[in-house]
Design a binder for this molecule. Structure first.
Ligand SMILES: [Zn+2]
Length: 381
């Protein structure tokens, strides 16, 4: 009898433990969230982009504002956000606001702990904006919102274990498992760009040497091209001619464009970046074993010139290769708007919670009223 019980218990326990770790309510929360338009905001180093997004990820309207170099105080960015949201609310019914910020956001998604390009240090952004906008506000890291956007409406649809890598000036990253963003205990998980890949390598602004983003990012691409151009290397004649002999004028999009036209050096530089990308994601696969890597950010505009060498290197460096299923490596589909669309969609979840909390408060109030009425009637009789 007791043996039978034990077996029955062990047979049901796996599903029970799954339900404990990933609650069904949270997994499906995006499906039951109200289908209302929300505003998504993407805060970069020099600009703020805001858009009204519907429940299917369509952008109904988009506005943007520059944040001047000198005025990166929290107040200026906050004022810009309020201005953009109020402007959009004139024409749309806004139910919640989601913000994707280039910086570290705490695990409660309310404070920006640190933003490398802005003067934010432990900034209570959510509370400040909720007060001024009078709608629910959600704050998250921009890589997390971009990953969410790609998972819901882009290259990561249908993947329950997804890792997103954004190659911009540096590397941003995010982990999505079973429909939830993995933020870590303190909210700063996914900083893959600063994993050391070359001991004693290039100096990184973070203070360490040999960080991954020193080898696989827009900055790395431009640095290498400028070095070759400055040394007047014979392989760099194409790009030297293009910039009129000014290596400082070289940009990432220029390298991508020349590579598309067949410039051998630019193709090679993108291959190098792609190879480092592949090595890095092989390391991530060893740690996280996702089913899909989504590659986004400005450098991903190079398409197959970047992704093909990345896939090759990934396959060559994957631990246990040949004996395990390989994760898919896909290019992001939503482009520069991924973060904004994702932030808006995440805000929809807060919109629901806000409404539920309100309804509960209302129910409680009505219950007390009824009780008080009954009491008054009882006393009156
Ligand atoms: Zn670093």
């Amino acid at each position: 009898m007791s043996i039978y019980r034990e077996r029955a218990y062990s047979r049901t326990s796996p599903s029970a433990s799954v339900l404990r770790t990933v609650s069904t309510r949270e997994r499906r929360s995006h499906l039951s969230a109200p289908r209302v338009p929300t505003v998504g905001i993407d805060i970069g180093g020099t600009k703020v982009m805001a858009g009204v997004v519907d429940a299917d990820g369509n952008i109904l309207e988009k506005v943007r504002a520059e944040t001047p170099e000198k005025s990166k105080s929290p107040k200026v960015v906050e004022d810009t956000i309020v201005e953009l949201v109020l402007d959009l609310s004139d024409r749309h019914d806004v139910h919640a606001v989601g913000i994707g910020a280039a910086g570290w956001v705490d695990a409660d998604r309310s404070r920006v702990l640190f933003a490398p390009h802005l003067a934010w240090r432990d900034e209570p952004l959510k509370d400040a904006l909720t007060m001024r906008l009078a709608v629910p506000v959600m704050v998250d890291n921009d890589a997390n919102t971009a990953a969410w956007g790609e998972w819901r409406f882009g290259a990561g649809r249908g993947e329950d274990h997804l890792v997103m890598i954004t190659l911009g000036t540096g590397i941003g990253g995010a982990i999505l498992e079973d429909g939830r963003v993995k933020r870590g205990k303190y909210g700063v998980a996914g900083e893959f760009g600063h994993m050391q890949v070359v001991p004693g390598g290039h100096r990184c602004p973070c203070g360490n040497r040999g960080c991954w983003e020193q080898y696989s990012s827009g900055n790395a691409l431009v640095r290498e091209a400028r070095e070759l151009a400055a040394a007047e290397s014979p392989v760099a004649y194409g790009i030297i001619a293009r910039t009129g002999g000014h290596p400082a004028d070289i940009t990432g999009p220029m390298i991508t464009e020349l590579a598309r036209q067949g410039d051998a050096m630019c193709v090679e530089l993108l291959q190098d970046i792609g190879q480092w990308l592949g090595i890095g994601i092989a390391n991530l696969a060893a740690a996280l074993d996702p089913s899909c890597f989504v590659i986004g950010g400005g450098v991903s505009a190079a398409d197959e010139l970047l992704i093909d060498p990345a896939r090759d290197a990934f396959r060559r460096h994957l631990t246990g290769r040949g004996y395990r299923p390989e994760a898919r490596v896909a290019k992001a589909q939503l482009g520069p708007e991924a973060g904004m669309v994702g932030a808006a969609d995440l805000a929809r979840l807060v919109a629901r919670r806000f409404r539920r909390a309100n309804r509960r408060r209302l129910e409680r109030y009505e219950m007390y009223e009824r009780a008080a009425d009954n009491l008054r009637r009882a006393v009156g009789q």
